[in-house]
Design a protein around this ligand. Structure first.
Ligand code: GDP
Ligand code: MG
Length: 289
């Protein structure tokens, strides 16, 4: 039996969350074309007959600008500390030197597999990228994939299992994650905020699920959308409440598919100036100290 912790690291937008979803075969981590979508460490388990991999998706590596960013980088750090294997994800269209600097700064103790992603967009760069990363000290192996098109995911999984230490599973074989359903519900609402709103709004918003009740025929969910300014509240509401209705409808559909149940979703918008820099609010909104 083999088991271990495998953490995915990389710059914002490399495709870490898309890869996590491809590896587990279920959409657990939210994805967007904007950077800094992921704010938490998201663990997901893949269990086979003789192995269990505990994958962690992590926020993209950035220089912290405020306390929320510091929490995000703490999630990266905790994932570095317990990783048995690191997956260093490179967008193959990105600058290799810059990626290399980020990876070197992690001071990894675990062996690393460099994963070249978005191969579908630029297959002709595979050799150059492979030559560049295979000579780096941290690199045990290089594998090129497309997380979006689910290409070479099986090869990657086989390489990961090949490097896993001997050990018993950490979780029951029917478990998929250690995070509560509420967390994923909040994330699905946050993903829609990233899709529907431009500029600073998604970055200055967070979601707190305040009610989750299973009734006879449906699940009743209430959530607060927290923003920093009145002007952002007005944008989220939209004229005559048009935008928040659209947000509610799109989020509800996604949540219903995820939970396999009918959902009644109520959304409220609250203004909390400076929440991203306030320890108490960050804690209340689920960002671990
Ligand atoms: P993260 O910030 O590293 O977690 O990146 P995401 O998983 O949120 O993905 C960022 C963007 O890259 C999204 O628009 C994804 O659809 C896109 N993306 C991820 N993987 C691939 C890939 O293999 N090919 C292409 N073309 N796009 C991808
Ligand atoms: Mg992500």
């Amino acid at each position: 039996m083999k088991s271990g912790f495998v953490s995915i690291f990389g710059k914002p937008n490399a495709g870490k969350s898309t890869l996590l979803n491809a590896l587990v075969g279920e959409k657990l981590a939210i994805v967007s074309h904007k950077s800094q979508t992921t704010r938490h460490r998201i663990k997901a388990f893949v269990t086979g007959k003789d192995y269990q991999v505990v994958f962690s998706d992590t926020p993209g590596i950035i220089d912290p600008q405020y306390k929320l960013h510091e929490k995000m980088m703490k999630a990266v750090k905790s994932s570095i500390e317990d990783a048995d294997i690191a997956l260093l994800l490179v967008d193959i269209n990105d600058n290799f030197e810059e990626c290399n600097n980020v990876f070197s700064s992690l001071r990894l103790k675990a062996p690393a597999i460099v994963v070249l992603n978005k191969l579908d967009k630029n297959p002709q760069k595979k050799q150059e990228a492979s030559d560049f990363f295979s000579k780096q000290a941290y690199c045990k192996n290089v594998i090129a994939i497309s997380a979006l098109k689910k290409e070479n995911i099986d090869d990657l999984l086989a390489a990961i299992i090949g490097c896993l230490p001997e050990g018993e599973p950490f979780y029951a074989d029917d478990e998929m994650t250690d995070l509560p359903t509420r967390f994923f519900v909040g994330e699905m609402i946050r993903e829609k905020i990233f899709e529907l709103f431009e500029e600073e709004v998604p970055y200055q918003a967070t979601v707190l699920v305040t009610e989750f009740k299973e009734k006879q025929t449906l699940i009743k969910i209430a959530a607060d959308i927290i923003v920093q300014r009145e002007s952002q509240k007005a944008i989220i509401l939209g004229q005559g409440g048009k935008m928040i209705r659209q947000l509610g409808t799109e989020a509800r559909k996604e949540i219903e598919a995820f939970l396999g149940s009918k959902v009644f979703l109520e959304l409220f918008v609250k203004v909390r100036p400076g929440w991203r820099n306030n320890e108490n609010w960050l804690k209340e909104y689920g960002y671990q100290p």
